[in-house]
Design a protein around this ligand. Structure first.
Ligand SMILES: [Zn+2]
Ligand SMILES: [Zn+2]
Length: 397
């Protein structure tokens, strides 16, 4: 592998307008490359190749033999348009020149063992993304008033293609455990009420356990694992669902004008994350298979068959905003418009809400107390919940 710190990477390809020679950028509305100068449209017709699934084990073996590393120094880029030099993170696949805004595609893909073969193009454009963010901020409860103005500043809203792995697997799981069936039993006990001894009958829950074992088959299709480390996994995961049935063959022209990253989560790391998710689903299926009211799983042996993977790119709009010196980030699924994010809370608004609840509660209690003033009151909260909790409240005046 031929990387060293002084390696200079140039844009592999540029996409000049056939009409005027200016740079073309991908436009979500037209689903085509558009020239910002003369308005020419340049459609991308992806080859109608079927999106291939690859054998996981042979890929893992190949990577191990070559001993690929994902740790590299910054890339130095020389803009093909204005000749300015600047450096970007090693993982950057596409970006724009910070000086002249020329879209640049790096050659990071030639340095990574696995290249993306398909992607979902941007469908939500920048203005729509801003509108979605504006609505989201406006709908937040307890958000500080000052952040409601953030969307007016064009801030750092960025269109990014994030790398993902998808995994398929047919799982066969042998398990053994216990099935618990709940039944109820009447028991009597002695209690003292107002100094007198009384017998009280309770209904107590009991569980009958029987040993069980079995086999559960579960097949997984396109389990998605985000392969970026620049955005928190929780945020990436909550951007789902994605319309993966609309994947098109990878073409660098889709990246023109957007940021794009090579993967930072390696294939074997991705498999581990996917299997953790699969195991969680399998456990659910095993519990359903055991049946009864309670389940105990003592052992679960999972065999994975027909293991395949794909490497794909998915489009998001993302931005960070600062509030009171703290950074908050949010992201929008650029296919569906779904927005997810961290958000600040206004301490003052929350304090007022709590005060209001306390005042309301105090008011209600006062009214209630007034209405009970007339006489004694006795309530039996019997069978409170299923556990047969027995509460007796007696008040005499
Ligand atoms: Zn043009
Ligand atoms: Zn430039």
């Amino acid at each position: 592998m031929q990387t060293d710190s002084s390696h200079l990477l140039f844009s592999k390809k540029s996409f000049p307008c056939q009409n005027c020679g200016a740079n073309l950028v991908f436009c979500a509305d037209e689903d085509a490359l558009v020239c910002n100068y003369c308005g020419s449209l340049n459609r991308i017709t992806p080859p109608p190749l079927p999106i291939k699934e690859h054998d996981l084990h042979s890929a893992l073996k190949k990577i191990k033999v070559k001993n690929w590393s994902l740790q590299h120094p910054l890339q130095e880029i020389k803009c093909p348009s204005c000749a300015a030099s600047f450096s970007v993170d090693f993982h950057t696949r596409s970006t724009t020149c910070p000086y002249c805004h020329t879209p640049i595609i790096t050659n990071v893909d030639s340095l990574l063992p696995i290249q993306p073969e398909s992607l979902l193009p941007f469908k939500i454009n920048r203005d729509e993304a801003k509108e979605i963010f504006k609505e989201w901020i406006g709908s937040l409860w307890f958000a500080p008033s000052s952040i409601k103005n953030i969307y007016d500043t064009d801030s750092t809203l960025e269109g990014v293609y994030l790398p993902y792995w998808t995994f398929d697997s047919l799982t066969i799981t042998r398990y053994n455990g216990m099935r618990g069936d709940v039944y109820h039993e009447r028991v009597t006990r002695r209690v003292f009420i107002d100094g007198r001894e009384e017998l009280v009958e309770d209904i107590v829950e009991r569980i009958e356990w029987t040993p069980v074992s079995g086999i559960v088959k579960l097949s997984f299709d396109d389990v998605l694992v985000g392969a970026s480390k620049s955005i928190p996994r929780k945020l990436i995961d909550s951007l789902a669902p994605w319309d993966l049935e609309n994947l098109v063959s990878f073409d660098e022209r889709y990246l023109s004008g957007f940021e794009s990253e090579g993967y930072e989560v390696a294939l074997d790391e991705g498999v581990d994350i996917a299997r953790e998710y699969m195991r969680y689903q399998i456990e659910h299926a095993v519990r359903a298979d055991i049946g009864g009211d309670r389940q105990q799983i003592n052992e679960m042996k999972v065999y994975h068959q027909n293991n395949t993977y794909k490497h794909i790119l998915l489009p998001i709009w993302s931005a960070d905003f600062k509030h009171n010196g703290k950074n908050y980030s949010f992201a929008i699924n650029a296919r569906t418009g779904k927005i997810v994010g961290e958000r600040p809370y206004s301490k003052i608004k929350i304090l007022f809400a709590i005060l209001l609840v306390i005042l309301l509660a105090a008011g209600l209690f006062y009214l209630y107390d007034q209405s009970q003033e007339a006489g004694g009151f006795s309530t039996n909260f019997d069978n409170f919940g299923e556990g047969g909790i027995h509460i007796e409240i007696r008040r005499s005046f």
